[in-house]
Each structure stands twice: as structure tokens, then as C-alpha cells.
Design a protein around this ligand. Structure first.
Ligand code: WT7
Length: 653
């Protein structure tokens, strides 16, 4: 972000205090902050008693004797799936809708909590029959269908560890994740619907498991009925194996610190990190934040989180948080603009959605399409709007509140990460006077600060790095199989504090403004992709000698991927100014990582700007990609390189 844009942001003067009627009925009050400040661990303990059902109480709230390896609710036992499903049925809410599912082609399904209990039990019995038990890893590669939630909860029920891989990731990305976790089972589908067409999933799984030594079975849900290749030794249909199981299953308690799941996310190297989350603390913080940040009233609200289940938002705010709270929610399979741009608003109207949780990219896309499309629908059921994934610019925030929220609803900008497991910084909708563009304050029970390079807390009105200063219940416990990388990545930059990788500023009121990543991680439409990952994908192409990738700011997607590529000798660009090779390279990246990693722009260059020690100066490339005047080029080994690149850029765009 440029300094001008930043100071504009910080001079944002509009304030939106909670409406009095909203504040009067809100779950969370001001008192939570005081309670948590007085005794943080006692605060979490009270939340754990009130929000979850435990089979055995813990003996210690937090064991931080071996930092940064935390244990929460030590000795406590619970079953996560029981907490998310069965206990709501036992409390008399079996008929409450858990999921209003909407397929992209317009088909729909309704699952009550009693239905969920039967489905999850059957799937848990099927896992047992397939030889999957406590501690085994299960890769889940599914479209947005109810079976995705059922499969995750079935794993939780038997104590198996799921590793959900976003359906838009490539066979290669899936393969490396299966291998890293040594998954025994893969749960997938023939395909899912995207933009009106069935998109296949099974062929990618076939490719990913072909040489696997760990995978014993592939369990396949039939969704699109497209043709699939079948390997009788490995493949089994969900409807053959799950449907015939008993719908009774005894949910045994598991340890609070048993691993619930692994979720891979991009780091600053090419190898994705398997973020490990455990059971008790994770479920607690997702339930607590879901209840207080969205003001959930399980009897009357209809909640809709638009994230895909393949991302952490889908894990924490589609499956675990909402279901632990017994929420009624909407789950939508497809794209926002199919069959036409008003599809989401039709869904809000159809189900009477009261709480909507989505990403700034989507909001900016709708904003571009104008007020008329949502204006034609009845959105008056909405009462809380949430945003997540990247900084939301004040204009998009204001538009969201005015056009979608009818100038009435609180908007909560929620900051968190795959690693934090749950929301950490956010306004509380009945308490906080909202400031467009700022995530504002750490939630009760959470401790965040902004520090300078030396690790000193900066005064109000200054910027630096965001750190978390105390352990929190849903924190990652480690990187799967790599404790050292866990220590190095998060706990070594600032002694005793968690380094989030984000720049942040505190304004004169002490409110926090998140300013984006300070490392080589890009944020594309709220999805994290590392520059190194895309660079490795590019150089794995036989025609590429070297590449450098930067995230350039983009009015819709937050950042867009811009790649600078040096071709190998002999791979000269074609007459069309290299467009053929550029398309070939974009497709290659999509094949290696997934379509979300396709560069927005690829520049064929003859040199890259490097320091004398050979480090690529991405800062300068970002200046070029964002059409800015070049910053300091003094440290370049060859300062003339930038002239060549800038010239190439203007002649090709
Ligand atoms: C990164 C985490 C958390 C679920 C989705 C992304 C950025 C996230 C915000 C926000 C500014 C945000 C940060 C963070 N981010 N939410 N409200 N304001 N930035 O999860 O893929 O783990 O990415 O997303 O840069 O570090 P993720």
C-alpha cells in the first residue's frame, strides 16, 4: 500500500455505533473485555464450560511450560462431532435445520440436526469398516456438498485427522499433501458444478494416488454422474459403503489435545505448511467467536458463510463454529454469478439469511456490478455482515453496509489466519463503534500488539508488525512433521511472541489497521499463495530459465500475480509478442498448483533486478507491476537492468 493510501485510510472519520436495539439484544457486552482482562485463563475456562460439552474436565487450562508448544484444557476429553451434532438433538433441536444446501444447478437439500446425526454416524461406521481409526489421516477433496461437512465430522467422531484440500487445487498439489500427511483414505466426488458445467475431481485423485504408498482406498461421492475411471482395488462408492451402515454410532471421547485436522497453507518457501489444529481449544474458540462476533441466535438466525470448505474459513465458520453452536446455515455449491450476477441475493432472499460472512473480493466485484442487482431482491432479513481474508477498503465497507445491509446492519471486519484457527481481531457488533477499514480491537481473551523492527511496542499513531503476545485456545500447535519450521516461522522473529507476517498500524485511538503481508506471501482474492510457489511452478517448465513473482495491487482481487520470466536460450518468444508462450506458462502454473495461482500477467524479460549478493529485488518489480516510479536502485548489481524491464513492460501492455 502506498503511503498516501495509508494516510487516507487512517483519516477515515466515519463511525457507525451499534444501533440501540441491536446492542440491547446482543450476546456480547462490554463486560467481556473487563472479565478477560481481569483473568484471561479464568475467562476461557468459563467459556469452555458454557459453550462445550466435555466428558472429562481438564486439570489445567493452559500448559505453556514448553513454549511455543501450547496445550489447552489439559486432561480434558470431549468428542468434537458429538458437540457439533448429537448434543443439539439430545437438547430437543433434532428438527432444527442444520444445512440448507443449494446446488448450483438449482437443486437443494435440507438436513436437520437429526439428519446430520444419522449421516455422520453412518459415515463414521464406514470409516471404521475401511480401517480408518484414531490418528489416521484422511484427505478430503470434495465440492461444496453436504457430504464435505459430514466427512469432516465423521473423521472427528472417530478421531481420524482430516486434511481437506481445496477442490480447485491441482492433482500435483493434492499429491504432495496426501504424501506429506501419509493419508490412508481419500474422500472425493466424481465432480461438482461450476459455472453451469460439471467440473471433474476424480481424475485428479486418480493421478494423485497412482504412486501413493499410503492410500488404501478412495471413497467417491456421486454428484454430477459424469463418467469416471474405476480401480476396483482402491475405489469405493460412498452410496455403496456409507448408505448401508447403521445410523447409530457411539461417539467416544478424545483428548482435548488430539489432532483434529491438518490444513495446508502457503508459506514463504515453495513447500506448503501443514497447519495442525487440535480439538478442545480449537472448537472452543471457533464457537466463542461465532457466537459473539456474529451475535448468533441459534433459534432464529440463518447464517451463511460463503467460503469454500477447502479453506480455514470453511473449517471454522461453516463446520466447527456454527455447528458447535447449533446454527442453521446455508451452504452453496457454485459460483456467485451463475446463472446470473444476482444469484447470491436470490439465496439470501430464498432462505431469509440473517448473517452473511464473505470476502472483500466478492464485495468489490458486486460493487462494480452496481446497486441495482442486489436492489431488486429483498435483503431485509440481514442483520450482521462479516468480512474476512484481506483488508477491506473503506469504500467497499461502506457499500457493503449501505447496499447489502440496508444502511442498518453492523459490519464486522474479522482478522485471523489459518494458523490462528479462529477470529482474533474484530469489532463486536453490539459493542464497538465501527470504523470502516479497520479490524479495530483484539477480541476479549486475545492479546495483540504492533511492534517495530526491534520488537518494541509502537505508540498509537505508528505502524509496524502485528504480533500476538499470549497463547490462545485455537492456535496452531505446530507444522505437521516440522516443529523446527514452526519455531522458525512464527516464534523466532520476536522473542516469546507470535509473528503473524502482517504489517499493521495503530491509529490515534489505538485501533488496529491491517496492512497486508510483509513477507513473500501474496493475497489473491483472500487466498494465500507464496511467490516462491509460483516461481517454482514456472521454472519447472522446460522453456523457463528463471522467474520472479510479485503480488501487484489489484482493484478487485486485492492483489494479482505478476510474473517476470527469463526464457531459456532457444525458447524465443513467437511473433505474437510471446502470447503463445505466455498462455502456455499460465496453463502450466494452473496445472502445477491450481487455477487460482495463474498469473494475471507474465512479462518475458532478459534480466531480473538482483542485489550484489544475488537476491531478487521484488520491491522494484512491484514498482514496475504497479506502474509506479522506481524506488531506490542503488543496491542493484546492475542498475540499468530496470530500464530494460520498464521498457519491456510498457511495450507489451
Ligand atoms: C492472511 C491469512 C482467515 C481466513 C482467510 C484467510 C489476511 C485475513 C484479514 C482482515 C486484513 C486479513 C492477512 C492474514 N487477512 N483477514 N480482516 N484484514 N487482512 O486465511 O489464507 O490463512 O490468510 O489473510 O494477511 O495473514 P489465510
Amino acid at each position: 500500500m502506498t503511503d498516501d493510501a495509508l494516510s487516507n485510510l487512517l483519516h477515515e472519520e466515519r463511525r457507525f455505533p451499534p444501533p440501540a436495539e441491536f446492542a440491547a439484544q446482543a450476546n456480547a457486552t462490554d463486560a467481556l473485555y473487563a472479565e478477560a482482562r481481569a483473568d484471561r485463563l479464568a475467562f476461557w475456562e468459563r467459556q469452555a464450560r458454557e459453550l462445550l460439552s466435555w466428558d472429562t474436565e481438564w486439570t489445567q487450562v493452559l500448559d505453556w511450560s514448553n513454549p511455543p508448544f501450547a496445550k489447552w484444557f489439559v486432561g480434558g476429553k470431549l468428542n468434537v462431532a458429538y458437540n457439533c451434532v448429537d448434543r443439539h438433538v439430545e437438547a430437543g433441536h433434532g428438527d432444527r435445520v442444520a444445512i440448507h444446501w443449494e446446488g448450483e444447478p438449482g437443486d437443494s437439500r435440507t438436513l436437520t440436526y437429526a439428519d446430520m446425526q444419522r449421516e455422520v454416524s453412518k459415515a463414521a461406521n464406514a470409516l471404521t469398516e475401511l480401517g480408518v481409526g484414531h490418528g489416521d489421516r484422511v484427505a478430503i477433496y470434495l465440492p461444496m456438498i453436504p457430504e464435505a461437512a459430514v466427512a469432516m465430522l465423521a473423521c472427528a467422531r472417530v478421531g481420524a485427522i482430516h486434511s481437506v484440500v481445496f477442490g480447485g487445487f491441482s492433482a500435483e498439489a493434492l499429491r504432495s499433501r496426501i504424501e506429506d500427511a501419509e493419508a490412508k483414505l481419500v474422500i472425493t466426488a466424481d465432480g461438482g458444478y461450476r459455472r453451469g458445467k460439471p467440473a471433474s475431481l476424480k481424475p485428479a485423485v486418480d493421478e494423485a494416488v497412482a504412486a501413493s504408498t499410503s492410500v488404501r482406498n478412495v471413497l467417491v461421492v456421486r454428484r454430477t454422474e459424469q463418467e469416471v475411471d474405476w480401480n476396483d482395488d482402491v475405489d469405493v462408492w460412498w452410496h455403496d459403503v456409507v448408505d448401508r451402515q447403521s445410523d447409530q454410532h457411539d461417539a467416544r471421547p478424545h483428548d482435548s489435545e488430539d489432532t483434529l485436522y491438518i490444513l495446508y497453507t502457503s508459506g514463504t518457501t515453495g513447500k506448503p505448511k501443514g497447519i495442525k489444529h487440535t480439538s478442545g481449544g480449537y472448537l472452543l474458540q471457533t464457537a466463542y467467536t461465532h457466537r459473539n462476533v456474529f451475535d448468533l441466535k441459534p433459534d432464529t438466525d440463518v447464517y451463511w458463510c460463503t467460503a469454500d470448505i477447502g479453506w480455514v474459513t470453511g473449517h471454522s465458520y461453516l463446520v466447527y463454529g456454527p455447528m458447535a453452536n447449533g446454527a442453521t446455515q446455508v451452504m452453496y455449491e457454485g459460483t456467485p454469478d451463475y446463472p446470473e450476477p444476482g444469484r447470491w441475493w436470490d439465496i439470501v432472499e430464498k432462505y431469509g439469511v440473517t448473517i452473511l460472512y464473505t470476502a472483500p473480493t466478492a464485495i468489490r466485484t458486486f460493487m462494480k456490478q452496481g446497486d441495482e442487482i442486489p436492489g431488486r431482491r429483498d435483503l431485509s432479513s440481514l442483520r450482521v455482515l462479516g468480512s474476512v481474508g484481506e483488508p477491506i477498503n473503506p469504500e467497499a465497507w461502506i457499500w457493503y453496509r449501505r447496499v447489502i445491509g440496508g444502511d442498518r446492519t453492523p459490519v464486522v471486519d474479522t482478522w485471523w489466519q489459518t494458523e490462528t484457527g479462529a477470529i482474533m481481531i474484530s469489532p463486536l457488533p453490539g459493542v464497538t463503534s465501527a470504523k470502516p477499514g479497520s479490524a479495530q480491537v483484539a477480541l476479549p481473551g486475545i492479546s495483540a500488539e504492533v511492534v517495530d523492527d526491534a520488537g518494541n511496542v509502537v505508540p498509537d499513531g505508528h505502524g509496524g508488525y502485528l504480533v500476538l503476545t499470549e497463547p490462545w485456545p485455537s492456535m496452531l500447535r505446530t507444522i505437521w512433521g516440522d516443529d523446527q519450521r514452526f519455531i522458525d516461522t512464527y516464534w523466532s522473529r520476536f522473542e516469546g511472541r507470535y509473528f503473524a507476517g502482517d504489517g499493521a498500524k495503530k491509529d490515534e485511538d489505538g485501533d488496529l489497521w491491517l496492512l497486508g503481508r510483509v513477507d513473500d506471501v501474496m493475497n489473491i482474492s483472500g487466498h494465500r499463495i507464496s511467490t516462491t510457489e509460483v516461481e517454482s511452478a514456472l521454472v519447472s517448465h522446460p522453456k523457463v530459465a528463471e522467474s520472479a513473482v510479485v503480488g501487484a495491487s489489484d482493484p478487485t482481487t486485492g492483489q494479482g500475480i505478476v510474473a517476470f520470466v527469463i526464457l531459456r536460450a532457444g525458447a524465443a518468444p513467437d511473433a505474437a509478442g510471446g502470447s503463445e508462450i505466455i498462455n502456455e506458462l499460465r496453463d502450466h502454473v494452473a496445472k502445477e498448483i491450481g487455477p487460482i495461482a495463474k498469473p494475471r500477467q507474465i512479462m518475458i524479460v532478459s534480466e531480473l533486478p538482483k542485489t550484489r549478493s544475488g537476491k531478487i529485488m521484488r520491491r522494484l518489480l512491484r514498482d514496475v507491476a504497479e506502474n509506479r516510479e522506481l524506488g531506490d536502485v542503488q543496491t542493484l548489481a546492475d542498475p540499468t537492468v530496470m530500464n530494460l524491464i520498464s521498457e519491456g513492460m510498457s511495450s507489451s501492455s
